[in-house]
Design a protein around this ligand. Sequence first.
Ligand code: GTP
Ligand code: MG
Length: 443
Amino acid sequence: MSTIVALATPMGRSGVAMLRLSGPEAKPIASMVCPGGPPWRPRRASLRTAIGPDGPIDALLVVWMPGPRSFTGEDVVELSCHGNPVIVELLLSALIASGARMARPGEFTRQALLSGRTTLLGAEALRALIAATSPAGVALAHAGMSGATGALSASLSEALLDLAAELEARLDHPGDELGYEDDGAVIDGLHAVAGRAAAAASSWRAGRVRIQGATVALIGSVNAGKSSLFNQLVGTARALVSPTPGTTRDVVERSVLLEGLEVRYLDTAGERSSTDDPIEAAGIALGRAMTAEADLLLLITPLSAPPDPAWPELLERTAALPRLRIGTHTDLPAHRDAPPVDLCVSSTTGDGVRSLKAAIRAQLSAGASGGEQLVVLSQRQHDLFRSVSEHVEQAAGALSSLLGPAIAAEEVTAALERLAELSGEDVREAVLDRLFSKFCIGK
Ligand SMILES: Nc1nc2c(ncn2[C@@H]2O[C@H](COP(=O)(O)OP(=O)(O)OP(=O)(O)O)[C@@H](O)[C@H]2O)c(=O)[nH]1
Ligand SMILES: [Mg+2]
């Protein structure tokens, strides 16, 4: 068993940087690099001097946490030095020369999972806690850390085990209607479980936005007023505005906090049907590629101008995507053929911008409405809840059709397996590899 080491804080200049050692040799290695000093006492900070081959490296604050009561469950030593990358490199080299090896991404948390100090759901909640870009994301990660995802998974498993028992009774004693509930009640029970799993899965969009932040892209024809509105939304004159069509060429982006959510706004090159300028064409293509992944599209059209010939095509192209249709130029008289829109603004006076921000915020929280609890913290969890819902719906379909209870029981078993995978009872090495590769080194 090796002893691993990594910088636990970001690389750069700062007041303090912290390195962490974990493994059976953590304390001997730390004491080799920090010879002498006060006696080593568990869980007490002590001031020590790290010595390298060429002399003293730095004064450190060192804490030794013997396993199993440590983050990883192994012996852990945390060494806080001054936050200078040169000092960090010297210290890492000294620790590695004394027998430690560099940790891989997420290896500390993986070790915590192996030692039973955390669960798979706990590790995912921790990743969400570190990744969260907004206070709402931090709150969601805390819900996951206190076991909300596991509790939902356990409650669905319990309900499914009861339903599985009903199905087994039909298989063991076919024709004996006395011993079990009628099919209608079992089918209702299956629909209820499928509905709860589907609701959890669909809350992931709102959850993802809380943890990772949201991307909102402004798109529309040239000169529609995208950059003017972008500047209003981000609160500074970040993008160039001019009456010349084709002013914006590159994608301009800026992140702001919108009522507790981090929103990354993208201003894009205006579209026009034909351009012989290869740079403008490249800008339009880049805008299209970047907006394909957006959580919300703002389609912009000026209401004072004659109808934009590209508008119907834009509406059609984005029909299946989350979007808001925004009419600009409300400070000017509206054209009599102005198309219907969801909201109107004037980027010159700022009228309507507040309502637009509220509408954006509401759209980005969609899926979390109705007091439903958000408990899904990763794409993996989303996919598994969705799969549970599908298997359970299949089971309900089988029981109410000629396929019968045997097929229904198989589907319920498959759903239970997905739940076991979700909570980490039945987890494959490949899943762990994928999860921990997304952690930073040192976590
Ligand atoms: N009166 C009025 N003028 C506006 C409004 N919004 C934008 N404009 C003007 O319209 C012109 C074009 O605005 P931009 O924001 O540069 O338009 P754009 O969609 O970014 O244009 P491209 O980058 O060329 O695609 C500028 O002269 C703006 O001052 C508005 O709400 N009211
Ligand atoms: Mg522009």
